[in-house]
Structures are given as C-alpha cells and as structure tokens.
Design a protein around this ligand. Structure first.
Ligand SMILES: [Zn+2]
Length: 307
C-alpha cells in the first residue's frame, strides 16, 4: 500500500499534466476558431510586423488617418437613399458631426434634393461610381465612364468636381487604380466595417461592431440605409463620450503626419506642397475658431460634351 505522501505527489503530477493538456487544448481551439496558426510559427516570432502606410503614393490611396490623433472619419456609402438620408442628416446635425458621403451617380440624379441638403449641411461628397459597378475587369471605356459619369452628374448639379473615390466593395485592380489616379482621385479605404447592409440588419449589432472596430485615425464604413440611421445616435454618442473628434476625409488627409501629408497633397494638387499646413484646430485651444486646412478645390477635370 503506497504511503500518503506518495499518493499526494502522484495526484499533484496528474493535476499538472491535466493542466498542461487543457492549456494546449485551448490554444488549439483558439487557433482553429480564428483560423490563424501563425501564432505557432517560428517565422512570425522573428519577423517584424508589417507596417501598412497610412497613405500609399503609388495607388494614391488613403488607408487610415493619423493614429496619433483622437479623430475619426464617418463615411456613408451607396446613397443618397430616400428611406434613410434625411434621418442620417438629422442625427449628424444633432451631434454636430460632419461626415463624408460616397454617393452613387445614378442616385444623385434621382435624388438631387437629398444631395443638395447634404451639401448645405456641410458634409463632404465623394464618388462611389455611376451605377455601383465592380471596377475590376471592366473594359477601359466602361471603367472610365463608371467613375467619370458620377462626377459629371455631380458637376451638373453643383458646378463642382469630385476628388475622392471609393470603389464599390473596395474592389479594385491595377487598371482601375491607375484610371482613378489619372482622373486625379484619392482613393479612400476604411479601417472599420460594421456589415450594416443587406436584409434583416440588427442596429444593435451595427453599433457593437462599429464601436469595437473604431480606433484613433479610423475611417468608419457605414451605409446610407435605415438600420444604420437607427444605429447612428448610439455610435456618435459613445464616440463623443470617448473624446473622438469627427473629420471629413479631406480634413483627415490634411491631418496626416508630414511625410504622408506631402505625398497626398502632391497627388491632390499635382505639385509639391511647399507651405506647412497648420495643426488641426482642436489641438490648438487658443485658436479654436480656426478652420482645418482646406485642400485645393480647383477644377482639373473637364466635362466631355454630350455625355
Ligand atoms: Zn457601395
């Protein structure tokens, strides 16, 4: 018969072994559930994490705002929609938030009053193509018209040109990016998506996903749909409580760190920016009235006749 001390030691050993197996098991379950095995890869431990630039000069693409600033850019794609735009504008006004609307050309033509009201409220308008078509694989002429016809529609309604583009679904290839760049656009990606489109969208889930994915310098992708309009007050309320400032995409570009800002302004203005832009107004409490740096708005695109 084993002694009492020996039994206790055997129990401890069994407990430790079980603990090791349980820990290993949970690591395996976590990795499997998240589809990531690189945690166990030796290469990952010796490699430096990849740094994604905030602005990519090659593709003229803004991927993120300045993460050193507690600011966020709220964007709404796919409108203007009659079912939701007015409600969204009312909420933005209540929270004194300026947003950026990536409009579909066809819908601007259908709802010019909603476009005008959005502009009157001080929001920024950007291009989301004429018919919300997927850009990769389009023939050169269709690709050109897909981007440019939305701008022509906007020009006919406002006398101004669009300078910022988001391809539908953020789907692009080298040809479509080259065409966007040739037409003078800065392509704006996003850092936080909330799956706020489609059937049976739960506004509470949109709030939860948006807040979970929002960080300083973030570009929040939302859509001009009723579920988003319902979710918006809670999103803006919480982000305001957390101390976020709300900026449009062009303000976000103006607030980039100096190197990225120079690259972006070079694309935007077609020339090297010599002048140092002022710091964001909210960082300068003594001159709180000063407006953020305005980007050039000269009309560089011509409107083809008869299109
Ligand atoms: Zn879209």
């Amino acid at each position: 018969m084993p002694s009492l001390a020996f039994t206790n030691r055997r129990r401890s050993i069994v407990a430790v072994i079980l603990l090791i197996f349980a820990s290993l098991g949970s690591v395996v379950v976590y990795q499997k559930r998240h589809g990531r095995w690189e945690f166990l890869s030796f290469r990952r431990w010796i490699q430096k994490p990849e740094v994604i630039p905030l602005f990519e000069a090659k593709d003229a693409m803004l991927r993120s705002g300045n993460p050193a600033l507690k600011e966020v850019c709220i964007t709404f794609d796919d409108g203007p929609h009659r079912e939701s735009r007015e409600q969204i504008l009312a909420v933005l006004k209540r929270f004194k938030v300026k947003a950026t609307f990536f409009e579909v050309g066809m819908r601007m033509a259908q709802n010019p009053d909603l476009l005008r009201r959005t502009i009157e409220d001080g929001h920024e308008i950007a291009n989301h193509t004429m018919y919300h078509q997927n850009l990769p694989g389009l023939k050169p002429d269709t690709l050109h018209k897909g981007i440019n016809d939305a701008d022509i529609t906007y020009y006919r309604l406002t006398g101004k040109h669009l300078r910022i583009l988001r391809p539908p679904g953020m789907k692009f290839d080298t040809t479509s990016l080259a065409e966007a760049k040739r037409l003078g656009y800065i392509v704006v990606s996003y850092t936080a998506a909330s799956a706020d489109y489609g059937d049976n969208v739960d506004p509470a889930k949109v709030v939860e996903r948006t807040l979970r994915n929002t960080h300083p310098g973030g570009i929040v992708l939302l859509h001009d749909y009723p579920a988003t309009a319902t979710a918006l007050p809670k999103i803006l309320d919480q982000l305001t409580r957390e101390g976020y400032h709300f900026v449009t995409t062009s303000e976000m570009i103006a607030h980039l760190p100096p190197k990225e800002r120079q690259l972006a302004l070079k694309v935007w203005n077609g020339v090297e920016e010599k002048q140092q832009l002022p710091r964001p107004a909210f960082l300068l409490p003594s001159v709180a009235q000063s407006t953020p740096a305005k980007l050039a708005t000269q009309n560089t695109k011509s409107v083809p006749k008869g299109s």
